[in-house]
Structure formats: C-alpha cells, structure tokens
Ligand binder design. Structure first.
Ligand code: NAD
Length: 473
C-alpha cells in the first residue's frame, strides 16, 4: 500500500505539512490501495509563493522555449504511458481501451498547445495602436476525479503555452494518478515553480487558492455547485475564471434516423466513462411514433454491454469512482422509481457477480421532464428516455435544462440535424457521432453555455483564456 505524503512544489517533492489522511480505494473491489496525506493552508501558500516567484521569469520566456517544454512534457508522459494506464485502471477503475485513449489525449494536449502557440500572434495592431497579449499570471487549476491526467494536462498545456505558472489542486480521489503525473512533469525538466501540485480537500484549500491575491485566474473543472462557490470566492480579488461545469445533455433521435445505429450510439453517448462524463447524453429524446421500436432495441443492446473485466479490450463499463458516487447513483435510481418512471434495464444494486462500486447500467422510460432523473446530473450510468410529438417539442425538451454543455442528434439528414442543432443552447452539438468528433482533429472551442460554465478550452480559444490583452497607444 502506497502513501502519498509529498507535495510537488518548486520542482521538488516536499513533505506535505498537513496531517489529515485520505484513503484511496480500488473501486472495482472496494479495497484500500493507498493513502494520501492531505495538504493544508501552509502547503497551499508555499505553492502559490513558488508559482508567483517563477512567473517573474517564466512570463518572459520565448515562444520557442515554451514550445520545447511542451514537447518534453508530451514525451515524458509517452515514456510512462503503461504505468499511467495501469495506475488509472487501478485507482479510477476505467476499462483499458478508454483509459489508453484518455492517457494519450492527456499527452497530446501538450502537442496541441504547442501547435496553437506556433501560429498565435501575441502582438497585433488596432489602427495605430499596439495590442499585446500577456500571460494572465498565476493560475489556480482545480480538477475533478473523472479523467485526472486529462484535466490536469488540459489546463497545464495552454497555461504553459501562454507563459503562466500554475498551482494544481487535483481531486482527492486520484492521489496515485496525480503523483505519477508529477513524476512525469519533473522528468520533463520544466523550470521550478512553473507547475505546483498540492493534494487536499476542496473545501479547505479551495478558499485559500481562490481568495489569494497573488492568483490571477481560477481554471476549474467540476460540478456546477462548486463552480458557483468558486466564482463567489474569487470575486473579492476579481479573479479571471474558466469554469467547466456539469451537464445533462440531450440526445435527440429524429424520426428519420437509422434506429439500430442511433441506439448503439445512444449507449456510448449515455454510458461513456461509466456514466461519469460531463457531456454524457443522458436525456434520450425519442419520437413518439418510434418509441416502442427504440425501447426494444435499447433493451437488446444494453444486455450486450461488457461490464467489468477492466483489462479486456472490449470492456465498456467500469465501477464508479467511490462509495460516495455509488450511493449518489443508487439514490437517483430509487428516485426515478419513486417518481413513477419505468425501468427498461438495470435498476438498484450491483451487476450480477460484481462487487466494488459497480452500478447497473440503467435505462428509465416513461420519464417526464419534471422528474429529478430528467433534470439533475447523476454522473453515473443512468439514461432517461422521454418521448416527443414533433421537432418543435424535441427542441423545447432539449433546452428544458439549466445546463448547456453538449447535445447529440441522430438523423439520416445531416442538414436537418444541423438546423435543429443551431436551435439547441449547448456549447457542443454532435451529429451522428460521439463527443470524440468534437475533440478530434484541429482544435475547436470546448465548453458549455448556461450553468455548464464560462469560457472555453481548446486551441486558440483555450490559449486566450490565459492571456490578457494590453493596448499601447
Ligand atoms: P466536484 O465539483 O465535487 O469537485 C471538483 C474539484 O473541486 C475537486 O478537486 C474538489 O476537491 C474541489 N472542490 C470541492 N469543493 C471546493 C470548494 N469549495 N472550493 C474549491 N474547490 C473545491 O466535482 P467531482 O465530483 O470531482 O467531478 C464531477 C463533476 O465535474 C460533474 O459535475 C461533472 O459534470 C464535472 N465535470 C465537468 C467537465 C467539463 O468539461 N464541463 C468535465 C469533467 C467533469
């Protein structure tokens, strides 16, 4: 059993000064596999001081120097890919194929930022005036549990490209993953203080980081509830924010869709990352005249999903990350039943033969839009099927949410799908595909509307989050 008792500050692993302990579990067995000594205020203040000092010189480095650092970070992660993957399977419980994909995406975030950096005009003119894009300063990065490497690297890469220094407060659930990632960062030989990482409880360290006058910006990924708290905490020092928050994405199947394809896609979209995906399309909107057909097809398809056996290439669903997450998902399944929704698949408890924090992939039908399972983010493998009469009602139901992260549409007519997509208030609309279509290829803006967040990650949009324009006339 491993104990994580160091914080990564100023390029070194320093003994954590806090003393509280946090147990780490293998979610597929519910056995303890490690322990983290959580940092306290002193660790966080040391980290901010280190980032503040480092910013003085790092902010003056050239594009070429920062490009080299990004390349070294990419290579350091690639070198340790096998260990990173093993650690994420053990500690987070995600099946191997998805874990390899996410680990590679984390490493590639540095290459993408390097690419964006290469062509980015840090100086431009507005008439006779000079406009200079300057790094915003010290960035506080706070990340969730559902893709540790990806979220941390997704914030570090553009921050480093911009010339910012960073203090990361990762999720408490990912101690082993984060420690290994810090080893990669150290091996990449980045100037001390550019990246600092302190483990700790969000409620304790969040207010210190978000209220610190030497921190210019908070880049947060996590729940909308915590995002609102963070915005309030940072308001006193007028922080810049990028907030990537929760979702309850609609997946609209149009009446002209190939139903077998649309149903197969609906399961991938709804259950991706074992349901622990911010963009998961968990509100499945189906034309009333094809509801029976879709229900039959869903039942058949869900029975074929491979659950557990995390090291098998075709495994699709793993356990939830923690006991707490398992209990939350169970409570939502019970609330669906209590509110009168009908179970099409799954239900309370574990899948047969599996212990740990596995929940049963669950599909409710006869869901009405006012039910909690139709409105609240569950963050587990639970899909709510709702029927609509016509296109207008489908759009209305898709928009009937406080969230606006993603939306999915299946149709035989891409023009029709795009027309409907333009009417849905979401930051990312995907037609006949998974979220991978948005992430793949040349960088696009990633993020949400409404209570799904503020600001965008990805490409030049992501880089500009970390820059402040200054005009010199
Ligand atoms: P969470 O909001 O509970 O925690 C996220 C992080 O915030 C953790 O590091 C936690 O320790 C910290 N935190 C908690 N309270 C804090 C406070 N008062 N001040 C500062 N920090 C605090 O989220 P989670 O359960 O780890 O992750 C799941 C959530 O993340 C879901 O809502 C999901 O939709 C969201 N998410 C969003 C995206 C996106 O891109 N929009 C991506 C992944 C996950």
């Amino acid at each position: 059993m491993k104990t994580i008792d160091r914080s990564f500050i100023n390029g070194e692993f320093k003994p954590t000064r806090g003393t509280d302990l946090f147990d780490l579990y293998d979610p597929s067995t519910a056995e303890i596999i490690g322990r983290t000594v959580l940092g306290d205020e002193r660790d966080m203040l040391d980290a901010v001081e280190s980032a503040r000092e480092a910013f003085k010189t790092f902010s003056t480095t050239s594009v070429a120097e920062r490009g080299e650092m990004l390349l070294r970070l990419h290579e350091a992660l690639k070198k340790r890919e096998d260990a990173l993957v093993e650690t994420a399977i053990l500690e987070y419980g995600s099946p191997i194929t998805a874990t390899v994909g996410r680990t590679r995406a984390a490493a590639n975030a540095f290459l993408e930022a390097r690419e964006t950096l290469r062509d980015y005009p840090f100086e431009m003119t507005a008439g006779q005036k000079l406009v200079v894009m300057e790094p915003v300063g010290v960035v506080g990065a706070i990340t969730p549990f559902n893709a540790d490497y990806g979220h941390i690297c997704g914030k570090l890469a553009p921050a480093i490209a911009a010339g910012c220094t960073v203090v990361v407060k990762p999720s408490e659930n990912n101690g082993l993953e984060t420690e290994l990632l810090c080893r990669c960062i150290r091996e990449a030989d980045i100037p001390p203080g550019v990246v600092n990482v302190v483990e700790g409880r969000g409620e304790e360290l969040g207010p210190i980081l978000c209220g610190h006058p030497d921190v210019a910006m908070i880049n947060f990924t996590g729940s909308t509830r915590v995002g609102k708290e963070i915005a309030a905490l940072g308001a006193g020092t007028m922080k810049r924010f990028c907030l990537e928050l929760g979702g309850k994405s609609p997946n609209v199947i149009l009446d002209d869709a190939d139903m077998d394809k649309a149903v197969a896609l609906a399961l991938v979209i709804g259950f991706s990352n074992s349901g622990q995906a911010c963009h998961a399309g968990t509100r499945l909107l189906v034309p009333k005249n094809r509801l029976n057909e879709v229900e039959t097809s869903l039942k058949r398809a869900v029975a074929k999903l491979k659950i557990g056996h995390l090291r098998d290439a075709d495994s699709f669903i793993g356990p939830l990350v923690s006991r707490k997450q398992f209990d939350t998902v169970q409570a939502y399944i019970r609330s669906g039943l209590d509110e009168g929704a009908e179970l099409l698949a799954g239900g309370p408890g574990h899948p047969e033969g599996l212990v740990g924090y596995y929940a049963r992939p669950t599909i409710f039908t006869k869901v009405s839009p006012s039910m909690r399972i139709a409105q609240e983010e569950i963050f587990g493998p639970v899909i709510a099927v709702m029927a609509y009469e016509d296109e207008g009602q489908a759009v209305e139901m898709a928009n009937d949410t406080v969230y606006g992260l993603a939306a999915f549409i299946s149709s035989a007519d891409p023009d029709r799908a795009q027309r409907i997509g333009r009417r849905i208030r979401a930051g990312m609309v995907v037609v006949n595909d998974t979220i991978g279509a948005v992430v793949a290829g040349p960088a696009a803006p990633l993020g949400g509307m409404k209570e799904s967040g503020l600001g965008r990650a990805g490409g030049r949009w992501g880089l500009e989050t970390y820059l402040e324009p200054k005009v010199i006339a």
